[in-house]
Design a protein around this ligand. Structure first.
Ligand SMILES: [Zn+2]
Ligand SMILES: [Zn+2]
Length: 91
């Protein structure tokens, strides 16, 4: 029996950095909270709370996301850039 995806997923057009195969799609929790995860879930566990920008953090290389406030935030909680303002970094 073939598995058929019947749930319509809204893609963000951003490729999953974890598996490199799927795209990040919009989903909702059972509490109707929107989050973003890899379309290959549950095979790929990559997930974000905010919409990914498609750009990578200049500090750690993790996905940058846009908060509801419209500011960019690194998806890596441990990243030093998270919650702080943009800083020039030496290459
Ligand atoms: Zn993935
Ligand atoms: Zn970062």
């Amino acid at each position: 029996m073939q598995t058929k995806k019947e749930i319509k997923l809204i893609s963000t057009g951003v490729k999953c950095p974890e598996c490199g195969l799927g795209e990040i799609v919009e989903r909702k929790t059972h509490k109707n909270k929107v989050f973003y995860s890899c379309e290959n879930f549950p095979d790929c566990k990559y997930a974000l709370w905010y919409k990914p920008t498609g750009e990578k953090c200049f500090v750690c290389g993790a996905m940058l996301t846009v908060t509801p406030k419209g500011t960019q935030k690194c998806s890596n909680k441990k990243c030093i850039s998270a919650g702080s303002r943009k800083k020039a970094v030496k290459k």
